[in-house]
Write a new protein. Structure first.
Length: 325
């Protein structure tokens, strides 16, 4: 059987790719022309294939190493690579996004520029960035309404949400957005909505009192799952920005001086809609990290999360573009 190089394979659109990997205690290398990760079992080495053409991002956790050849193949296939701690959080590396989430982008001098030109045509105007931030929040509201009240969530017997209360929270947030004069106003109103959503979700699964806390060994499973799921959402958001060709520093809400702000802006489009309820459901179901991660990846695929992120960026870029006006 002949070997095929990545360039000879048909390209799968990032928004249609099925795989998002978290790996630990293994080596990532190229073996026989394929990218594989190797685990040790006693005296045996087990090799597992990574279908790079159908993968969006790879998280390398505790005890991992990767060869230059593997990075070359990831780059050819447009796979983003992130270095992270155990369980997928926190993420570390030295490129693009600082502190909490960092991604190594595949390098190519042929990245698209159309949407970058649209984006920078309005980005230096404070009023336009505010308009973009509010547009993102409206999409976020639509996603929460769509997924929390979907037939799939209605079938989740362990998640009994009050439709009236949820709509009240979303409508109130939407109304308050119209009076926001700065990005800080939007962030303040966003915090109020998110706190209300945490309370609704906790009540829906009978979790009890809940306080959002990040990191540390003493936090409850709901908080740990929220961190884990959010970092997976950041991976998709970084991929969406890379596909469109936007640098992560061109944020509209999380501060224009923060290098990775746009990743957080884009991830917010689907975090509350897809990650938040599943974190509470998984915590009450007694899921482990791997089971929860599979819940989230399945939810991202069924909800076409990456598609929605890409479409949202395109929509906002084209709507607010000053080019040709």
């Amino acid at each position: 059987m002949e070997d095929f190089s990545p360039s000879e394979l048909k390209t799968i659109l990032h928004s249609k790719r099925a795989n998002l990997y978290y790996l630990e205690y293994c080596r990532v290398l190229v073996n026989g022309g394929r990218v594989e990760y190797v685990t040790e079992e006693g005296k045996k080495s087990l090799y597992w294939n990574i279908p790079i053409a159908n993968t969006t991002a790879v998280l390398l956790g505790t005890g991992t190493s990767i060869t230059q050849a593997a990075m070359r193949e990831f780059s050819k296939a447009g796979v983003l690579v992130g270095f992270c701690g155990g369980g997928g959080t926190p993420l570390f590396s030295a490129n693009e996004v600082e502190v909490d989430v960092s991604w190594l982008n595949s390098q190519s001098e042929y990245r698209p520029t159309e949407y970058l030109q649209h984006w920078v045509s309005f980005w230096f105007r404070d009023d336009k960035r505010l308009e973009a931030a509010i547009a993102f929040q409206k999409i976020r509201i639509d996603q929460i309404r769509r997924f929390w009240l979907s037939a799939r969530m209605q079938r989740e017997s362990s998640f009994s949400i009050s439709e009236v209360q949820l709509i009240g929270v979303l409508d109130s947030f939407s109304a308050r957005l119209t009076s926001c004069q700065t990005s800080n106003d939007v962030l303040a109103q966003e915090a109020i909505m998110t706190k209300a959503l945490y309370k609704l979700a906790a009540n829906a699964v009978k979790f009890g009192d809940f306080t959002r806390a990040k990191g540390g060994s003493g936090v409850d499973m709901a908080n740990r799952f929220l961190d884990h799921g959010n970092y997976l959402a950041y991976g998709l958001a970084a991929t969406a920005c890379w596909v469109i060709g936007l640098p992560h520093g061109l944020s509209v809400l999380h501060g224009k001086t923060r290098r990775g702000g746009l990743v957080f802006d884009v991830a917010d489009l689907i975090k509350d809609a897809l990650v938040l309820p599943q974190a509470f459901i998984a915590a009450m179901a007694g899921d482990d990290e791997q089971e929860f991660r599979q819940r989230i990846i399945t939810g991202f695929q069924q909800g076409e999360a990456l598609d929605r992120m890409i479409d949202a960026i395109k929509e906002v870029a084209e709507t607010l573009s000053e080019a040709g006006k």
